[in-house]
Design a binder for this molecule. Structure first.
Ligand code: PLP
Length: 380
């Protein structure tokens, strides 16, 4: 059975050039970048080159890139860093109700330590309103954390506008952006967004799992996340994950070069999907067309998502009922959008990659159509 993979927001297949880069580093240039012998010197040189590649894809300086183990680590670090730097200014944080758990959970932990967190709620289309941020901003706000692209709806959030609000109010709050789902899907730079801190992850862009990066604007006095041997300029000790970093850099370079082409292709494929599914799947509701080119949220009211996901999986089609991290739990993102229970229970997230084809979408439409005939509806 051929697999039709439509779950690229959960993770991606490693690109051949990224896999080759990792293999070379694992089997040939395997030195520890801190070692003084030639293999170590070579490894250190390579990490420096890979940092420059990631920085080029992100449009920032290499010295503003700190390698992490994943997007979750970058989000956690950004939040702890921002509250540490703002510790004499206040204990108020603003974020959104639709952030990934990697932002929401550290915020919840800070609430237990006496921080007050304002969660901005989206409108019915999943978008955060800048006016709500403006109303929530206080003199003691030390951090605003807003994602660039929502992982379940594809909604692009007004990060650059949020930066303008902070500037207008002369706020000392730092702006963190979780750009895990926007990186190499949309053209942006941290500077253009006005972000002080920005998170990306390797496995969402054709790199390996186990690597990501945190952008820390130069000029910010960062504090260490991990203390030890002093890697990452003393801020994140631990031997560099050189194979993952090499793969990440290769995926960044490939994705950066193909960004415009991929955007156009994915937008066309999404338009085709919408048209096809709306024409061929009775009862289908389009919940979010997603501003980002790779995410589309639909629902089959009456057909529980988990049942449909398994039904499609049996036919070789992989998609998800929302964030992979929920593992079947109800999504806080869809819950915050005022959707009816039947629509929420039937949610399906389709997330595209450049290798998906129209033939695969035809197969999806056919499988969803047969799901509505073969599965028992729970009513709308
Ligand atoms: N932020 C967003 C928006 C995500 O979609 C994800 C992963 O799904 C993460 C953060 C966490 O990234 P990682 O899986 O690399 O920890």
């Amino acid at each position: 059975m051929n697999t039709i993979y439509l779950d690229h927001a959960a993770t991606t297949r490693v690109l051949p050039e990224a896999a080759q880069a990792a293999l070379r580093v694992m089997t040939q240039d395997y030195g520890n970048p801190s070692s003084l012998h030639h293999l170590g010197v070579q490894a250190a040189k390579e990490v420096a080159g890979h940092r420059a590649e990631v920085a080029a894809a992100l449009g920032c300086k290499p010295e503003e890139i700190y390698f992490t183990s994943c997007g979750t680590e970058g989000d956690n670090w950004a939040i702890s860093l921002a509250v540490h730097l703002g510790r004499h200014k206040g204990k108020h944080i603003i974020t959104t109700a639709v952030e990934h758990a990697a932002v929401l959970e550290p915020c919840k932990a800070l609430e237990l330590q006496g921080y007050e967190v304002t969660y901005l709620h989206p409108d019915a289309t999943g978008h955060i309103r800048t006016e709500d941020l403006e109303a929530a901003l206080r003199p003691d706000t030390v951090l605003v954390s807003m994602m660039l692209v929502n992982n379940e709806t594809g909604a692009i959030q007004p990060v650059a506008e949020a930066a303008q609000v902070l500037k207008r109010h002369k706020s000392a709050a730092l702006l963190h952006c979780d750009a895990v789902q926007g990186f190499l899907k949309l053209p942006f730079t941290p500077k253009g967004l006005g972000a002080d801190l920005l998170t990306v992850s390797g496995h969402k862009i054709g790199g390996m799992k186990g690597v990501g990066a945190l952008y820390i604007r130069s000029g910010l006095r960062a504090v260490p996340l991990l203390r030890g041997g002093g890697q990452e300029k003393g801020l994140r000790s631990g031997t560099e994950a050189t194979p993952q970093i090499a793969a990440f850099a290769a995926a960044c370079t490939a994705g950066h070069q193909a960004l415009d082409q991929h955007r156009e292709y994915l937008s066309g494929l999404k338009a085709y999907t919408l048209e096809k599914l709306q024409a061929e799947v009775p009862g289908l509701v389009v919940v979010s067309q997603g501003d980002a080119p790779h995410i589309l949220a639909i629902s089959l009211p009456g057909y529980p998502s988990q049942v449909v996901v398994r039904y499609l999986s049996d036919k070789g089609i992989c998609l998800s009922s929302g964030s992979a991290c929920h593992k079947g739990k109800a999504s806080h993102v869809y819950a915050s959008m005022n959707l009816s229970k039947a629509v929420r229970d039937g949610m399906l997230r389709i997330s595209f990659g450049p290798e998906n084809t129209r033939e695969e979408i035809d197969a999806l439409a056919e499988a969803l159509h047969s799901a509505t005939k073969e599965l028992i509806s729970m009513g709308r």
